[in-house]
Design a protein around this ligand. Structure first.
Ligand SMILES: [Mg+2]
Length: 380
């Protein structure tokens, strides 16, 4: 099928010298070492006394599971969530606990805005399923749509057809694509060449890793292809959260409160990177999503809609008044876990014991190295 081209953002200019144009290319940055704000830990006994373990059904299969386990802490300041994925080791999960302890015992930093714009997400579905996905976002339609691409077993033709249908149904929405690192360098170039005509806001993690992202971005600049690059997995899976900025690998970073060690740590990472940030969830319950909203609310600039509309992926939740966007935005309000729902979705005793063990070990990691993200960072 032809590539629909409603309003090409610009005509690609052919390369002239073979190198990135001076001043416009993704040049490596010389950034100062990252310093994260310290966190005073509450006593472990207090943490364990505030701990609830829940098991919640999802409406879709995600990372191979249809249920999500989470620890909810009823802290003195806020209710907080600790929900690293089950396969993560303690060193990685400790950053998630740091986020929960910060929220629960220290609260959130002062917000700069009262509403967080949130994007719609279209999974890698067939074109005829796009309308029903977009219909969930209300009659006015979403203002920003993220479209999943590069799905295993699909082709570029499928991606183009899906984008075309989204563009047809949401003619004025900002569009972005997320490949989750599913393309190789050449594939990404031909895909972004084909998709650029949709006027993409940005392409999220077209290739895996930081260096491949930097190479791709340099090549896009060389070819004059007007597709900004966002780094997602490359930010939180790297031991150095600033590697993306150092290598000039992206125009935008996607950040999550739990994997980056909390709201204040994530704010420090954004400030040090000098890049615009989009806040996303880690498939959190309403309680964890509130921490993401706190991060988005505290950022000095929030130029893009955030990926915080994921509570709808849960069939059940821990909050009575679920924390979901209305008219494309989350309002900044208090989110509390409901005691009756914590009880109703309580995990089995052996799962609770497993999570208590995990909290104890991660807490120990935090005592020994209070800033997990920075400890792994060690920029030279
Ligand atoms: Mg992503």
């Amino acid at each position: 099928m032809p590539v629909p081209n409603p309003s090409p953002p610009s005509t690609p200019t052919p390369p002239t010298t073979g190198g990135p144009p001076a001043g416009a290319g993704p040049l490596p940055l010389d950034l100062p070492p990252l310093e994260l704000p310290p966190l005073e830990l509450p006593p472990l006994d207090e943490v364990l006394a505030a701990l609830h373990v829940v098991r919640l059904p999802l409406t879709v299969r995600f990372r191979g599971v249809t249920e999500r386990e989470a620890v909810i802490l009823t802290g003195p300041r806020e209710h907080a969530e600790f929900s690293p994925f089950l396969e993560y080791d303690d060193a990685e999960a400790a950053a998630w606990l740091r986020c929960a302890l910060e929220a629960g015992w220290h609260g959130f930093p002062a917000p700069r805005r009262a509403e967080i714009p949130v994007n719609a997400t279209v999974p890698a579905v067939a074109p005829d399923a796009v309308a029903s996905v977009l219909a969930r976002y209300g009659s006015a339609g979403p203002h920003t749509v993220k479209v999943k691409v590069a799905e295993r077993g699909q082709t570029l033709h499928d991606d183009v057809a899906r984008l075309a249908e989204v563009r047809r149904l949401a003619p004025s929405a900002a569009l972005r694509v997320d490949a989750n690192g599913g393309w190789g360098h050449r594939e990404a170039l031909s895909a972004l060449e084909a998709l650029a005509g949709f006027g993409l806001q940005y392409a999220e993690q077209p290739v895996p890793g930081v260096e491949p992202l930097a190479e791709l971005r340099a090549e896009l600049v060389r070819r004059g292809l007007p597709v900004p690059i966002a780094a997602d997995e490359a930010v939180r899976k790297e031991t150095d959260p600033l590697a993306v900025a150092r290598l000039g690998a992206a125009d935008v970073i996607v950040i999550k409160a739990q994997p980056l060690g909390g709201v204040r740590a994530a704010l420090a990472i954004v400030a040090a990177s000098g890049l615009p940030a989009v806040v996303s969830s880690a498939l959190d319950t309403s309680v964890g999503t509130r921490a993401g909203a706190a991060l988005a609310a505290a950022l000095p600039e929030l130029p893009y809609a955030c990926g915080l509309g994921t509570v709808a992926l849960f069939g059940e939740d821990v909050a009575e008044d679920r924390y979901m966007p209305r008219n494309g935005a989350l309002d900044l309000r208090r989110v509390a876990a409901d005691p009756e729902l914590l009880e109703r979705h309580r995990a089995a005793a052996e799962r609770r014991a497993w999570w208590v063990g995990r909290v104890r070990r991660c807490y120990e990691q935090l005592v020994n190295s209070p800033s997990p993200a920075v400890q792994a960072d060690a920029p030279k």
